[in-house]
Every structure is written in C-alpha cells, then in structure tokens.
Design a protein around this ligand. Structure first.
Ligand SMILES: CC(C)(COP(=O)([O-])OP(=O)([O-])OC[C@H]1O[C@@H](n2cnc3c(N)ncnc32)[C@H](O)[C@@H]1OP(=O)([O-])[O-])[C@@H](O)C(=O)NCCC(=O)NCCSC(=O)C[C@@](C)(O)CC(=O)[O-]
Length: 336
C-alpha cells in the first residue's frame, strides 16, 4: 500500500510518497542458529519456525542448502522444511550458495509436490569484498556472481522467487572499510540476475547511522529503494538506530532475528542481528505498520524460549524489559 505522507519535521524537500508497511524478514532460524556450536534438534528448529509463523511473521528464513562441511548446523534443513507447518501466504526462504544447493532443493520439492510448497523462495549471497567472499564462499566476488547468475535463472525457471544478499556493506572483518560504489555494483548485478530484492548486510555490526545513510544514498543511485532491505547486526549497539536510518531513507524491508540470535561463522566477533522484539517495539509508535501485525508479546515469549533452549540469555533489550514488567505485574497482583 502506498500513500503520500508529509514529514514536516524533516523539512519540505522530504515530502515523499512512501509505503507505510514495513516487512520484517525473520532470519532467526537461519542466521540466528547457523553459528551455534551445539546440535540443535530438528524438532526445535521446526517449533521455532512454526511459532514465529503463528505469531504473525510473514517471511521466515528457514535454513540453508549450503555445504554441511562449511556450516554443520544447517545440515538438517531438508528435514526442517519438510516437517514445518506451512501457512499459506507465509514465505519460508532458504539460502542457496551454488547449483548443487539448488539441485538438492528442487529434488526435495519434486519429492513433495504439495501446496503450499515446502518453500517458494531462495536467497543467494555474496559480499562487497573479495576477502569476505573468499572466507564465506571460497571464491572471489566476481566469480561468485558468475556462479550465481545461472543458479538464479534456474531457480526462476522452477518458479522460485530469488532474494539476494550483499554482505559487509560497511566494513569487512578482513579488509576494513568498504567502498560503497562496490556495494552498489554488486547489488546491481544481483538485481540484474533476477533478485526481486537485495538485502544489504552490515555483517560485522559496526556500522553507524551516518555510514548506513551514506551507503544507502550510493546504492539508491542505481537500485530503486523498493528493492532494498536492511540487515543489521548489533555488535556495537547501533542496529536499531541503523534500522530507523534505513526506514528514513525509504527502505521498507528489515531483516531481524528473534531474541537477537545469530552471527555469521565467517565474521569473527560479530554478534546477532537486531532483535525482532526490539524492531517491533520501536515501530509501535511510528508511522509504519508491520506486515502480518506480529504479536509482540508472543515474539518475546519465543525469544525467551529459544534462548533457553540454546542455554543462553535472551539479548533482546525490549524482550528483557517486557519480561521484567510482566514479572513485576505478576508479583504485585493481589493473591486471592
Ligand atoms: C559454496 C561452498 C559450497 C563452496 O565450498 P567449496 O569447498 O569450494 O565447494 P566444492 O564445490 O569444492 O565442494 C566441497 C564439498 O562440499 C559439497 N557441496 C558443495 N556445495 C554443496 C551444497 N550446496 N550442499 C551440500 N554439499 C555441497 C561438495 O559436494 C563437496 O563434497 P565432497 O565431495 O567433499 O564430499 C561453501 O563455501 C559453502 O557452503 N559456503 C556457505 C557458507 C555459509 O553458509 N555462510 C553463512 C551464510 S552467509 C551469511 O550468514 C551472511 C548473511 C546472508 O546473513 C548476510 C550478512 O549478515 O551479511
């Protein structure tokens, strides 16, 4: 839905036509879990996805068809997507790094000719620096794009939607600050190969709002903002500020992770994504509504539950505050 809003507080030149719905791509079951060392049972992953869908999340990244030698935690993705309950209208994208991953997925889809399908979407991924692409995909960025183009074409031929990721859009853990022109060029190639949207990842989680704004201004020179998404890790505590910077620059799709889970195995020291609870809380009094109208209280419960399952504390600030408030209210409730 589009409507024209006036943003007096931002000055006349910011009168703009914007979409007032924010889409959240819940990446917890994939980005959130891929870095965990302990084995997470398939039924826990399935329960996580199902509960997120029941709570109203419209897009839930369900896993990866990557090499199990590279990311062992994602090895059971075929079982996960075969067992999860699929809600019509909810998208359950999976990461695919190469033709082999796509073949594994399309063979699975053939084995399960059901409606709605196990998934209708893949995400392909590369990075703005060769050093990161080498660590993550064992190749250069240019070669990764050459390999991904036929994968995207083949996925589209199979009727799958294709989303793209560009990692390290602000800083790279191996080669330092990133050239935003390179981010724009890589994103453009992903769009040209058929990605309906490109998610721009601050993989290291050290970007500041100013840097995010500058990066977006560069990328928007070529790519319509409707095709961009923001993916912010929270290592330096700037993720929620970066989300709102992206929104103020017209981005309307944000990746987040329930409980703030996550990290990339090839981004040493990076913490999880911006927590879904924190994004939902902060959007409550904003001019935007969230697609699917997710139930914040239930997302808080899910963040708490999955953190306990992983043997760690929930790092979502909103999640912790809402829990504490509930506990206080419970203590103060008169006993009958
Ligand atoms: C791309 C490769 C496979 C290249 O890895 P490689 O070692 O160069 O691949 P290869 O073609 O030489 O194959 C090596 C072995 O892996 C197998 N293989 C090969 N492909 C697959 C496949 N798809 N599924 C299952 N098995 C596969 C292949 O069959 C072979 O098995 P072997 O003969 O030794 O038994 C590897 O680098 C890889 O899997 N990388 C994925 C890394 C990854 O998943 N990273 C995390 C996701 S990205 C991320 O988190 C960032 C993001 C998206 O969240 C955004 C952000 O925050 O920035």
């Amino acid at each position: 839905m589009f409507r024209t809003i006036s943003r007096r507080s931002l000055g006349r030149r910011h009168y703009a036509t914007v979409r007032d719905i924010v889409n959240i791509v819940e990446v917890g079951p994939r980005d959130g879990l891929q870095n965990e060392k302990g084995v997470i049972p398939v039924d826990v992953k399935v329960e996580l996805i199902d509960r997120l869908a029941d709570a109203g999340m419209q897009t839930i990244e369900a896993g990866s068809f990557v090499s199990p030698k590279w990311v062992p935690q994602m090895a059971g993705t075929s079982d996960v997507i075969s067992q999860m309950k699929r809600i019509a209208g909810v998208h359950y994208p999976v990461l695919v790094p190469n033709q082999k991953g796509l073949d594994n997925l399309t063979n699975l889809l053939k084995e399960h000719p059901i409606s709605p399908p196990l998934t209708d979407e893949i995400s392909i991924f590369t990075a703005a620096t060769d050093a990161f692409t080498r660590a993550n995909l064992n190749t250069t960025t240019k070669e990764s794009l050459e390999r991904l183009a036929p994968v995207a074409r083949s996925a589209l031929d199979h009727g799958l939607r294709v989303r793209g990721y560009v990692s390290v859009v602000i800083a790279c853990p191996y080669s330092g600050l990133v050239d935003y022109v390179r981010v724009r060029e890589v994103a453009k190639e992903l769009v040209e190969m058929g990605c309906y949207e490109v998610s721009l990842g601050d993989t290291v989680g050290m970007g500041t709002p100013t840097q995010v704004a500058e990066m977006l201004e560069e990328v928007k020179k070529t790519i319509p903002v409707e095709q961009l998404a923001g993916h912010f890790h929270d290592t330096y505590g700037t993720a929620i500020a970066n989300v709102f910077t992206a929104l103020s620059h017209g981005v309307r799709t944000i990746d987040s992770s329930v409980g703030g889970l996550g990290g990339c195995p090839y981004s040493p020291g990076a913490t999880g994504n911006v927590a879904t609870e924190d994004v939902l809380y902060a959007l409550q009094t904003s001019p935007y509504s969230v697609a699917g109208n997710p139930d914040l209280d239930e997302i808080v419960n899910i963040g708490w539950w999955i953190s306990e399952k992983l043997g760690r504390e929930c790092v979502s600030r909103a999640g912790r505050a809402i829990r504490s408030k509930r506990d206080r209210a419970e203590k103060e409730r008169p006993k009958l």
